[in-house]
Design a protein around this ligand. Structure first.
Ligand code: GLN
Length: 309
């Protein structure tokens, strides 16, 4: 098992980095504006446990919406498909990730999928546990196991910054509570959700976690089945259809792998049966995807031809 810097990836990072100048930091979560817009990092973790990396690979970032894949995997494993899909659908929306529009037009008011905020809030509300502490501890332990790093934790600064400004996410919760899709206390769900979004790691840890999905739920190093095969499959399918927000179709055309992005500028990529990819660059395009990160994945696909289509 080796882990080393890759000259080839460094070249691609050089080519992609200038694109970050055309993007903007997410500002609706105030603490995210502290990021350095020029950062760009990438890591690839393969199924033999080897990894290569380039750019600002030590830089930590918060998962934000990438955490939606992890909460979905966790909740599906703990309470089963039937319970989950009673409350959240399986269809892409074509709307921005935080849109409330479809909740009013779809009957019952169940969010269309678990990768948009409304759907992810439902999934978070389903995390099992008798109190918020127990819910959080169980979920965090799961994320730590996936990354192979017991020190993974959330940033309190980011969590507080989002928790105190999340009016829209609260509105989504209250709307769904009114319609019986969410049960439980909205403030508790918001606390749990903002904690999961604020979990921090670097691109190497993100790539390692991606390799578990690429390896059909098995830890590539130990062989341990961390996520049931069927659940890993469901997560990868949602990543293809809804992972890059309302740009998922374009991303499937141009890069063609299961992926999930977050407004911190992180992107989790999964090449089935080959490797996991972690990318980070915080300047975003108008749909909320990392500009240089997306470009870098396009360049990598041109070089390594990893589209699954
Ligand atoms: N925490 C963010 C939010 O709920 C996550 C959104 C995202 O990364 N797209 O708004």
């Amino acid at each position: 098992m080796t882990c080393q810097v890759s000259r080839e990836l460094e070249q691609l990072v050089l080519q992609a980095r200038p694109y970050s100048a055309h993007g903007n930091l997410a500002s609706y979560i105030p603490a995210l504006e502290k990021a350095n817009p020029n950062h760009l990092s990438v890591a690839i973790f393969d199924l033999d446990g080897n990894c290569i990396y380039a750019g600002d690979y030590k830089q930590k970032f918060s998962l934000q919406s990438i955490s939606k894949v992890l909460s979905l995997a966790y909740v599906l494993a703990r309470i089963g498909e039937e319970e989950v899909f009673q409350r959240v659908g399986m269809e892409p929306t074509g709307d921005p990730f935080n849109s409330i529009a479809k909740l009013e037009t779809v009957k019952p008011s169940k969010p269309l999928n678990p990768m948009i905020n409304a759907g992810a809030l439902v999934v978070t509300s389903l995390i099992p546990g008798t109190n918020p502490r127990e819910q959080w501890d169980g979920f965090l332990a799961f994320v730590r196991t996936l990354t192979g790093n017991q020190k993974i934790d959330y940033s309190q600064e980011l969590q507080e910054s989002e928790f105190t400004t999340s009016y829209l996410n609260r509105a989504l919760c209250f709307f769904m509570k009114q319609h019986g899709i969410i049960v439980g206390e909205v403030e508790e769900i918001m606390e749990l959700y903002t904690k999961q979004c604020s979990i921090e790691m670097n691109c190497l840890e993100l790539a390692q976690l991606g390799a578990v999905f690429a390896n059909n739920g098995r830890n590539p190093v130990t062989g341990e089945q961390l996520i049931p095969v069927q659940i890993a499959r469901i997560c990868k399918t949602f990543m293809v259809t809804c992972g890059m927000y309302n740009a998922s179709g374009e991303f499937a055309m141009k890069v063609g792998i299961p992926a999930k992005s977050g407004v911190s500028g992180g992107i989790l990529g999964v090449i089935p049966n080959r490797c996991g990819i972690g990318v980070f660059s915080p300047a975003l395009d108008e749909k909320g995807n990392s500009l240089a990160g997306w470009k870098l994945l396009e360049l990598m696909n041109e070089k390594y031809n990893f589209s699954i289509f």
